[in-house]
Design a binder for this molecule. Structure first.
Ligand code: GDP
Length: 481
């Protein structure tokens, strides 16, 4: 994939004009700088009689985020702390809960009096670490997941005991279920007089989140972010769940961390808050992060202290990238700075070229619209028949009924059944219909044609076919007049 028309032409010893002509003949408008789509490549391969294998151009650079089999040594695996995300309806106490957990578990002196917003932090409960991530909302959470970042191990859904399930709670349930990780329901504001735990349980059970004490499998923890009651229960429960998950990683592996937040800071440059997923991220590491790269210059942990490294599931702010990466992108350590730079540059160039190609496509589409409105009027058809004799007869007749204004354009004519590749051809050529003579599409091709909005007409008498096309052409002609 991702080969331009002229590059393809070069690779198979043709001129770009030849390639463009073939595609143009099939109703596909391209310029020599456009990227070829998979179906276009297949058609070209067929046309030129060469074998085309479609390979992902970014395969080599994208592979850096994965581990090669020989890099994975399970004997190095150690338990890693769970990473937890809290989500819920607005005002149900997500921020209060995050703040309360942090302030009750991290000594004020240790935290250096940090009160500012923090995207992620790690606490200790009975000597065991838990990392909390503050995602800006469930939409952002799912956007991160869509980008392939699955940083969260356990999801906490906060529901206010005095308010119950609300619209965003329902959305959160869907997002959490889609993430396919364990869910704990934190029933907050239990200190309020109007708190009603059973109401929340009933409302959640109705939505497929049945409490354990009601015979289901979801843990409900009543608590108060205001008084702190129940918070230890919540933390104990998180540790219990994480034990079941058997979260493991290799502290000596190539470092890999997910960006949860990033920004450009005055005098410091791009700063990325990350959570380490595997390995140990150290000062001096050469890193690549999507299209950005750099060398780790400084690390600040969640307590605001300068540290030399971040271990498994730990979080901190990284200085040293050349640009601000997007949330959800993955930072990976490379052997050399050159490697990191090369990977990032390749990806960036690629992204830019894709953008450019997109914008030329739009103007080409406009052009094709003009052609449709204007002088060139044609009815593109694909003809499939049972024998060569009828194919020649139909081709000849259709060519004869052409006049100055409208003509039949034979996109493809061949002996054989109507197949999926005919559909691909037809959909690439606007307004193209498929004519079958004594041949029929299979059930699956029929269904696909319907879904794609492609007309397939089948005939057993040649004159019926010719008459239909004549009618179609006259219809088009009257539309012009
Ligand atoms: P968020 O929008 O989910 O982040 O909610 P906040 O944490 O900002 O809380 C919304 C409001 O509820 C604030 O006024 C909090 O003081 C209040 N609140 C949060 N938790 C509790 C609680 O456990 N008890 C009581 N009484 N109020 C709470």
């Amino acid at each position: 994939e991702d080969i331009r028309v002229y590059e393809f032409a070069e690779a198979c010893g043709k001129s770009p004009a030849e390639v463009i002509t073939v595609l143009f003949g099939l109703g596909m408008m391209v310029t020599k700088n456009d990227f070829l789509k998979q179906d276009e490549l297949e058609i070209l391969g067929e046309e030129f009689g060469i074998e085309v294998t479609v390979k992902d151009a970014l395969e080599d650079v994208n592979y850096v985020e994965d581990y090669h089999e020989e890099e994975i040594d399970e004997s190095n695996f150690v338990n890693r702390p769970p990473v937890v995300t809290i989500m819920g309806h607005v005002d149900h106490g997500k921020t209060s809960l995050l703040d309360k957990i942090r302030s009750s578990k991290v000594a004020a002196a240790e935290a250096g009096g940090i009160t500012q917003h923090i995207a992620a932090y790690t606490i200790k409960q009975n000597g065991q670490k838990i990392t909390f991530v503050d995602t800006p909302g469930h939409a952002a959470f799912s956007a991160m997941r869509a980008r392939g970042a699955s940083v969260t191990d356990i999801i906490i859904i906060v529901v206010a005991a005095d308010d119950g399930v609300k619209q965003q709670t329902e959305e959160v349930i869907s997002h959490a279920k889609a993430a396919n990780c364990p869910i704990i329901v934190a029933v907050n504001k239990m200190d309020k007089e109007s708190a009603n735990l059973d109401m929340v349980k009933a409302q959640m059970a109705e939505r497929g989140m049945t409490p354990i004490d009601w015979g289901g499998d979801v843990e409900f923890i009543p608590l108060s972010a205001k008084t702190g009651d129940g918070i230890d229960d919540l933390l104990e429960n998180i540790l219990l769940q994480s034990e079941i998950l058997e979260l493991k990683a290799d502290p000596n592996a190539k470092a890999k961390a997910t960006v949860v937040e990033a920004s450009l800071e005055k005098g410091r440059g791009p700063v990325a808050t990350v959570i380490v997923q595997n390995g140990t991220l150290k000062i001096g590491d050469n890193i690549v992060c999507d299209t950005t790269y750099g060398r780790v210059k400084a690390i600040t942990n969640d307590l605001g202290q300068q540290v030399k490294e971040l271990g498994l599931s730990e979080t901190g702010r990284i200085l040293g990238l050349n640009e601000v990466p997007a949330s959800g992108t993955v930072m990976v350590a490379q052997e050399t700075e050159k490697e990191a730079r090369d990977i990032a540059t390749t990806r960036a160039e690629h992204a830019r070229a894709k953008e450019l190609s997109k914008s030329t496509k739009v103007s080409l589409e406009e052009m094709s619209g003009l052609i449709a409105e204007g002088k060139i009027k044609q009815l593109p058809v694909i003809i499939k028949t049972d024998v060569v004799g009828s194919l020649e007869a139909i081709k000849g007749s259709l060519e004869k009924i052409a006049n100055e204004e409208v003509k039949v354009k034979i996109v493809h004519a061949a002996v054989g059944g109507i197949t999926e590749s005919d559909l691909i051809l037809a959909s690439a050529s606007e307004g193209c219909i498929i004519l079958g003579f004594n041949v029929r599409p299979t059930g699956s091709v029929k269904n696909k044609a319907k879904a794609d909005g492609i007309t397939i007409n089948t005939y057993s008498i040649i004159y019926d076919l010719i008459d239909d096309i004549k009618d179609a052409l006259s219809g088009m002609m009257s539309a012009i007049i």
